[in-house]
Design a binder for this molecule. Sequence first.
Ligand code: ADP
Length: 453
Amino acid sequence: MTAALTFDDLKEQTAAGAVDTVLVCMVDMQGRLMGKRFHAAHFVASAWRETHCCNYLLATDLEMATPEGYASTSWQAGYGDYTMRPDLATLRPVPWLEGTVMVLCDVLDHHGQAEIAHSPRAILKRQIARLAEMGYEARMATELEFFLFEESFETLRKQGYRELHPLSGYNEDYNIFQTTKEEHVMRPLRNQLFAAGIPVENTKGEAEAGQSELNITYAAAMDCADHHTIAKQAVKEIAHAKGHAASFLPKWHRDRVGSSAHVHQSLWKDGGNAFVDEGDALGMSEVMKSYMAGLIRYASDYTCFLAPYINSYKRFQKGTFAPTRAVWSVDNRTAGFRLVGDGSKAVRVECRIGGSDLNPYLAMAAQIAAGIAGIEEGLALAPPFKGDAYDGDVAEIPGTLRDARETLKGSTMLRAAMGDEVVDHYVRAAEVEIEDFDRVVTDYEIARGFERA
Ligand code: ADP
């Protein structure tokens, strides 16, 4: 990528006092930014080379527990350090935080020599390199959906998330009046992300009260994942600054629509979209067809990377635009994969399965791996699905995290593409979520059975 801010710019701005803080961040297993806030003077003098973090950062759950069972990290091994090495090509201003810039880091072993294989950026890098060897570059876009609430994060946490009021009162899909009411959050979000070098296309209201979508122009896969991660951070931080909570939980209420993160993808070669074939009825090249056939053939292998938590699977309800069928269609939103831009230079495939809680580095890496497998195996693409894919006898992806964990564990395709160490690490991550949930007595069980059981 081209840095939105060069290191020389940063030195100048630091000397002039315009910048005083550098966020030095890595991406964790959950796709969150973790790291330290450096004084800019110290960063430009020395910390730009490297800093360190505890290696448990790539072996925690959402609540920062230290679960047993990870081969890479444990109490026995003493929880040592990783090296965080700033990738200066990712330097960018953070316009929503005063005097602040940000840099993303690669994560290496304690001696700063080998990249940590299960670090999300390393996982994506590996698949991008495999594609490059075949002469292709993946260009991707993710659509971020989320909810805004009247209350702040603090208010909601203190009252146990019982009284959640979405910021608008009714379905705001494409609704300009409703979204005008959210402009105190969404306008700074668009403008400040844009000023941070993230090419925002638009925001729009989504098909539920309080639900929004943010679209960012497609980019090389690593840039797209970086954009997604920083944009998600910006949504939370800007909403927080305005006194609101923003949530990327895929399903926060059983009667409300869930939030997704659709992934648009195309392969490029010599500056052109390699998915285009003007001679084909739908404008799809043979490479596109095999790539899509791979995405579909292996959808169950990588479901865990599209839906990583127990809650992710609550979104998959019939008739809600959250598809669970591994079929493709032409501009039909009930199928897991949708052909978009058919017959045009922008022809691409959109995977509609993933939820708003996916880690974009992992979701994209797994899909690239599946696409590569489709090309290498010369898989043929079945005819497009027509009608409502919720009905009918078509291939279904795992419906629970428990099942998705099994299909991930047994995936010879992902083991060959990512390595056993990486797959086993994320199988364990899924297991940790299942074990934790299995211990919980939920409100649902009490309300249903307390008196009646
Ligand atoms: P939708 O029909 O889903 O609303 P949009 O026109 O909003 O589709 O586009 C969705 C995303 O697809 C945008 O982020 C856009 O930048 C991206 N996109 C456009 N062309 C390509 C491409 N060739 N490869 C990948 N993504 C693309």
